[in-house]
Design a protein around this ligand. Structure first.
Ligand SMILES: [Zn+2]
Length: 407
């Protein structure tokens, strides 16, 4: 669902973080959105944020996963400037929104296009259906290749793509493996685009899905953060899988985003109700009845992909002080971010950022031209250095790159 590219935004101080060393703390060149740029972006979003305030809101008093009320508020506004608090559960490590829309208001937010609108305003780019499809094309290619060794056995099997948007990713599995795909997405105009391309698409959310079919493969790409009931949705997905079925989902690692982008107020947003990290996700999946089959990590981005199979639920192990370390790291990140925001940008960094923006604009222009004259996917997005964490698991192609984060 979430394929927005703030890194392609046409303005603001933008620095490359490709050379970032994950072992180091936040550095000047890792900042994508400086404090002054964040304020400019929030100003652009102000009118839309006022409209969002008119929707129905609710307060989440306890963790959706472990029901604990022990939490730390790590930010009080989201990137759009909306008064959205983000909490870290001290007992399981889940990040979640405290103030958020009611589920019905989220449905309205997605169906009305408000989600794409505020995202476009923040990033300074327009997201139309063509743009969304272009952004998804590279991701689809990568995912089809990465899962080929597993999905080949599901030839002609059933696929459910939750948050499947315009159907580009599902189409990849239909074309490559002959799977029978169903797309589920709350954005009605994106569902309409999927239907127009001949796909079986339904407007809705997994939390309200009540059909009896079982699936060989369920995809949840760039969407887990958008769920309004994480525990309920993942349990439902488990029930939708055939006994030997696969569930693929990816996460945006909250702590990696802190290191790559800045403190939570630079990337949290009203439509991301939950955030996981690579250190908490495997335990959470096991607690919900998913065995980790293989893990994929793009080392220079925040995205981690997981291929899972149904298993008996395993009780969650407490994070043993890890959450306190995370709180300290977030605090340190914020202090560094504020301090660095007071300093002038050295000309060399400014030039590097400018050159990067021009390169991205050129790439997009060329991709658009190619798309106009070819049936090939219009944009093949930058793929991170591949790195599978579990090399013991056989893999047909041995590579998995993940496109840029949803920022
Ligand atoms: Zn919890």
């Amino acid at each position: 669902m979430d394929f927005s590219l703030s890194l392609q935004a046409g303005e603001g101080e933008l620095f490359s973080f490709w050379t970032w060393d994950p072992s180091e703390s936040l550095k000047k060149e890792t900042i994508v959105i400086r404090p002054s740029d964040l304020l400019r972006r929030q100003k652009r979003c102000r009118s839309e944020v006022k409209k969002l305030a008119l929707l129905r809101w609710e307060t989440v008093a306890r963790c959706n996963l472990c029901m604990s009320q022990r939490s730390v508020i790590v930010s009080v506004r989201d990137r759009y400037g909306a008064p959205v608090e983000t909490a870290l559960c001290m007992d399981c490590g889940l990040f979640y929104l405290v103030g958020r829309f009611t589920p019905d208001s989220y449905a309205q937010f997605y169906a009305s296009g408000g989600y794409r609108r505020v995202c476009s305003q923040f990033n300074g780019v327009e997201y139309d259906v063509d743009q969304i499809q272009s952004d998804q094309a590279g991701y689809a290619q990568t995912l089809v290749k990465a899962l080929a060794g597993y999905v080949a056995n599901c030839r002609n099997g059933r696929l459910l793509d939750i948050g499947g948007s315009t159907g580009i990713i599902a189409r990849g599995f239909v074309d490559e493996f002959g799977m029978r795909a169903t797309i589920l997405d709350p954005a009605e105009h994106e569902v309409a685009a999927a239907k127009a391309s001949g796909m079986n698409a339904i407007a809705g959310v997994i939390e309200k899905w009540d059909r009896p079919e079982k699936y060989d493969l369920v995809l949840l790409c760039r969407s887990i953060e958008h769920l309004t009931d994480l525990r309920g949705a993942l349990r439902k997905i488990r029930g939708l899988l055939k006994p030997d079925g696969f569930f693929y989902c990816d996460i945006s690692d909250f702590m990696e985003l802190c290191r790559l982008v800045g403190p939570p107020e630079t990337f949290t947003k009203i439509d991301h109700c939950y955030w996981l990290t690579h250190s908490t996700a495997p335990g959470i999946f096991r607690m919900l009845g998913f065995d980790l089959f293989s893990t994929y990590k793009a080392f220079d981005s925040d995205c981690v992909g997981y291929l899972l199979r149904p298993c008996e639920p395993v009780p969650l192990s407490p994070p043993f002080g890890r959450t306190a370390d995370q709180v300290a790291e977030i605090y340190r990140t914020r202090q560094e971010w504020i301090e660095l925001g007071k300093k002038r940008i050295p000309p060399s960094q400014w030039a590097r950022g400018k050159a990067y923006r021009m390169k991205r604009m050129f790439q997009r222009s060329m991709a658009a031209v190619r798309g106009a004259f070819s049936d090939e996917p219009a944009v093949v997005r930058r793929q991170s250095a591949p790195g599978r964490i579990n090399p013991a698991i056989p893999h047909s192609r041995g590579e998995f790159g993940v496109s840029l984060a949803c920022l």
